[in-house]
Design a protein around this ligand. Structure first.
Ligand code: BTN
Length: 236
């Protein structure tokens, strides 16, 4: 496992995507990103103090396309497990790719594909405290504990943990992994709104199912969501 640290770069995901001689499990971390990317073309604020990193691995040839949605959830579980060992907080996975603490966003995951490689980009608010316009919806470890954390150490642990979970997955242990994800499912029982098949569906979250889809109930009908932008209407 090789961790490369850059002072400043546009986006660690783009760096790895464009790199021609990618190696399995290589990690790029940047102290600052000038064009950090979130999902759905959103900007990801990447000032100094956060863990902004990407790593890549060659996808297993037996991994079918409809299983790709499991990867960000596995990454989320790895992030939650490692952070729990560092700071005992209540980390929750907000389907499909966020980590929440105290009902605020602590981390986000962006999965991309480049040839046969998966690029997993992870942004975690750690020592950074300035969230600008996102002040009310974002949080960092430092904001909660006032401590300064070793970012490189956290990143290495997360990639190692991801490898461990991913190999469990390849060995056929998805059901057990999913049970662990469900234990920290942030959206469960919440009333949400999601854009699905060009329609807005409003309903109650039942679970994340075996195919990593979010199941929502509306008028006794279950809708299975593969991807979508979630808006929470009511916490229950
Ligand atoms: C999201 O919540 O929408 C995903 C955010 C992912 C941010 C990380 S920071 C490191 C990597 N490089 C990027 O440009 N994005 C990801």
């Amino acid at each position: 496992m090789n961790l490369k640290i850059l002072e400043k770069i546009d986006s660690t995901n783009d760096y790895l995507k464009e790199k021609i001689d990618k190696k399995n499990w290589e990690i790029i971390m940047a102290k600052e990103q000038t064009a950090g990317k979130g999902r759905r073309g959103k900007v990801w604020n990447s000032n100094k103090g956060g863990a902004w990193f990407s790593f890549c691995f060659e996808g297993d040839k037996y991994l079918s396309k409809n299983e790709y949605g499991k990867i960000p959830l596995i990454a989320g579980l790895a992030v939650a497990k490692v952070l729990k060992g560092i700071e005992k907080l209540n980390y929750e996975i907000k389907w499909p790719n966020d980590i929440y603490v105290e009902s605020k966003k602590l981390a986000g995951i962006l999965l991309e594909k480049s040839g046969d490689f998966f690029i997993v980009g992870i942004g975690i608010n750690i020592n950074n405290i300035d969230f600008g316009e996102f002040e009310n919806i974002a949080i960092s470890l430092n904001k909660i504990s006032n401590k300064i954390y070793n970012i490189e150490g956290i990143i290495k642990q997360i990639v190692l943990k991801f490898k461990e979970e991913y190999f469990r997955f390849l060995r056929g242990e998805w059901k057990d992994i999913l049970l662990e994800i469900k234990e920290i499912d942030y959206l469960k029982n919440k009333e949400i709104e999601v854009i699905f098949d060009n329609k807005v569906i409003r309903g109650k979250v039942i679970e994340i199912n075996n195919n990593a889809e979010l199941c929502i109930e509306k008028n006794n009908k279950i809708y299975k969501i593969k991807s979508g932008e979630i808006k929470i209407i009511k916490n229950t």
